[in-house]
Design a protein around this ligand. Structure first.
Ligand code: S3P
Length: 156
């Protein structure tokens, strides 16, 4: 079964869009961050605090492989595209949809969020992360949808 992977920066609406899209397509919905939390038995801030980002990325890669054959709409975490391994898993097992949101809108949506350790840093680092990832999302997307002023139903 083929998955639909929603990729994009933190705050681009992957989970909100994913739930509605899955209902529309009558496919199961999987929130990969939730899969990570369930498998680890720890929250995302706890994983980062205990083992750093590298530990989180290991959990994330394992979680991704565990859902490869589900035939689901999968909301990924913003950093899923950081490794070639994850990008290959998504390419071989589904269609990748990039929800593009400009940085100003992301700032507006997220404000401060203690549950997102990589957002919880100074402005220049947030922006550098966004700019580093932008070309990777674009390159690995089968479909790109700009979300800025669109409602969830329009995006679906
Ligand atoms: C991350 C994004 C988060 C979560 C973790 C790391 C990232 O998911 O996976 O905090 O590296 O961008 P969302 O994109 O759902 O916020």
């Amino acid at each position: 079964m083929v998955n639909i992977y929603l990729i994009g920066f933190m705050g681009s609406g992957k989970s909100s869009v994913g739930i509605v899209l899955s209902e529309h397509l009558k496919m199961p919905f999987i929130d990969l961050d939730q899969t990570i939390v369930d498998r680890a038995g720890k929250s995302i801030p706890e994983i980062f605090a205990e083992g750093g980002e590298s530990s989180f990325r290991e959990y994330e890669a394992e979680a991704l492989r565990s859902v490869e054959t589900e035939g689901a709409v999968i909301a990924t975490g913003g950093g899923i595209i950081e490794t070639m391994e994850n990008r290959s898993v998504m390419k071989r097992s589904g269609t990748t949809v990039y929800l593009h949101t400009d940085f100003a809108s992301i700032i507006e949506r997220l404000k401060e969020d203690p549950n997102r350790p990589l957002w919880n840093q100074d402005h220049s680092k947030r922006q550098a992360l966004y700019e580093k990832r932008l070309p990777i999302y674009k390159e690995w997307a089968d479909v790109t949808i700009t979300t800025n002023d669109r409602t969830i139903h329009e995006i679906v």
